[in-house]
Design a protein. Sequence first.
Length: 629
Amino acid sequence: MCGITGIFAFNLVGKMNMIHLTNATMALAKRGPDFQDIYHDQFVGLGHRRLSIIDTSTLANQPMWDESKRFAIIFNGEIFNYRELRKELESKGISFFSQSDTEVLLKLYMLEKEKCLNKLNGFFAICIYDKQEQTFFLARDRYGVKPLLYLHDEDKFIFASEMKSIMQYGIEKAIDYNSLYTYLQLNYIPAPDTIFKTVKKLLPGHYLKINNRQLAVDKFYTIPYQSDQTVTYESAKEKFKDLLEVSVARRLVADVPLGCFLSGGIDSSVITGLARKHKPDLHTFSIGFKDEKFFDETNYANLVSKHFDTEHTVFSLTNNNLYEHVNSILDYIDEPFADSSAINVYILSKETRKHATVALSGDGADELLGGYNKHAAHYRVIHKSWKENLVAALEPIWKALPKSRNNSWGNKARQLSRFAEGMKLASKERYWRWAGFATKEETIKLLHPDLQTNLWLNEFYPRRNAILQSIPDKETINDILLTDTQLVLPNDMLTKVDLMSMANSLEVRTPFLDYELVNFIFSLPGEFKINASIRKRILQDAYKDFLPEKLYNRPKKGFEVPLLKWFRREMKSLITDDLLAKKFIDEQGIFNYAEVDKLKRQLFSSNPGDVHARIWGLIVFQWWWRKYL
C-alpha cells in the first residue's frame, strides 16, 4: 500500500510544474511512511511513498525499473495472485530480482501490455512509464478500492493518489459547482468528477494512456450482469462459500502483522471466522460507544471473538473521544467528503495500526447482497402490496411525527416518511432520493442565488443520468445492487476506508471484492440475495452453522456515529459561531444563509430528522474551503 504521483510535461511551461514533484510526493507521506523516492528526467517525474507489506526489502522500493531501464513502475495496492503469475512468467524464461508483487506486475505488463489487467486479482492504482516510447500507462482496479486522480491540459499531465498531492503542483482551483450540487445531495462526489473543474478521477475498471500529449481512456472490466436462472440455491451457497474462503486466504499474504476489523455484524464476523481457519493467532479489533448504547455493538463483537478464539481488542469511545479527533479527520479530507462514519473508521484504523499494518474488513457485502435498509425498501416497492400502499397513503402522518436517528421510535418515523415519499417517485428518481439526504429543490435553495440559475440543467442531469443508466423504468433488485456497486461502493464506502486507513498508514483488504466472487454474485437471481424477510440471504444462510446464533434476527445497525448530541454540545460553537456563522457564509458567497439558518434551527429542535447529515456535509465543505481556497 503506497502513495503515487507523477507528471508528464509536454513543453517548457509544463516543465515548470516539475519543481513541485518533491512536495507532491511528500504530501502522500501518511500513505507510505516507510520509504520515499523520486525519479525525473527532462520531461517526466515520478514520486512514490511506500508502506512495506510484501517483500519489505530495499529491492522492492519504487520507482522500480526493469533490468533494461526502459520501463519504470509506481504502484499503490496489492496483487494477491502474484505468486501464480510469477510462476507463469518464470515458465516463459523471465527472471526476477525481488520477491515483490510490484516486479511481477511490471514484467507482466512488459509482456502483455494492457491485457495484463485481466489477470490481476487485487486492488491497484498504477503508472508505468515507457522511457523509449515516451508514454504513460495508468490503471485503476475493478471496483475502485484505490483512488487515482489526474489533470490533463495542453502543457502537462499530472496524477496522484490524493487531491492534496495534485494541489501541490500549483493547479487552478476553480470549483465545479455541478459537483458541489451533487455533493450537497449525496455527501460525496462521484467519479469521474471532482470538486475542481480541471481534475478528474479515473473510473474503476479503466485505464488511460498518454502518448504524444494525447490522453486516451478505455475500460478493461465491466461487471458481467446476466442472471443464471438454472443455478439452484443450494449449489449457489456452496460455490459462494468456496469463493469467499479462497478470497480470504489470498488476502492473508503479508510480511507484516495482519488482523481483522470485527464489528459484530454478519459480514465482518464471517471474514473473521474464515481468516481464523487459516491464521491461528488472528487479532481482531472493534470500537464501541460508552455514551451511546443505541450505536454500540461491542457485545456482538466480543461474542464472535470468543466463538472463534481470536485475540480481541475493543476501543471504547466517548463523545469526547470523537471530538478530540475531528480536527485530524477534517484536515486529512482534501476533497469534500461527508460520510460521518469516516470518524469511526479513522479512530478504528488509528488504534488498529498500533497492533497491525494490514486489516481485513467486511466492506462490499451490503452493496453486493442487499444489506441496507434502503434495499429492503426497494424490494418492497418492487413487490408492493396493500401494506406498502397504506404506508404511502399515510405520508402526512409520518411527516408530522418527530424524526431522529438517535432513538428507535424517531428513526422508525424517519424511515416510514422516506419510504412513503419514495413510493410516489419513478424508479430513477426514487433511487437517487434514497441515495442522498436532500431533494433537488432543497439543494438549489441552499446555494447562493447567484449560483442557482440553470446550474443543474447544464451538466448535472447528464452526469446523474450516466450514473443511473443501469436502472430501467421497471427495475429489479439486481439493478439496484449493480448501481450501488458502481456508485455508492467506490465513491462513498471505499473512499471512506481508503482515506481514513491511509491517514493512519494502515492497509485494509476487502475479501468480498474478489472479482471472481463479485462476478459470481452478479450471476445469481435477486431472490438469492434479498426477499421480504431477509437481507444478504445467501450470506446469512451459507454461514448459519458457522456463526453464533445470537447474530441472527438482530436489528441492522450502520457504522454510524452519534452526531446529533455531538453537534448540540461539543461542536455547537463551531457550527453557530464559526463555520456556519452568517458573517462567514455571506463573505464566502456560495450558500444562502437563510437556508443554512433553517438547517441550524432544525438541528437544535425536537424534530431533527436527517439534518445532522446535511450539517456535517456543510461543516466538511466549509473546513475544506477555508483550508484550501
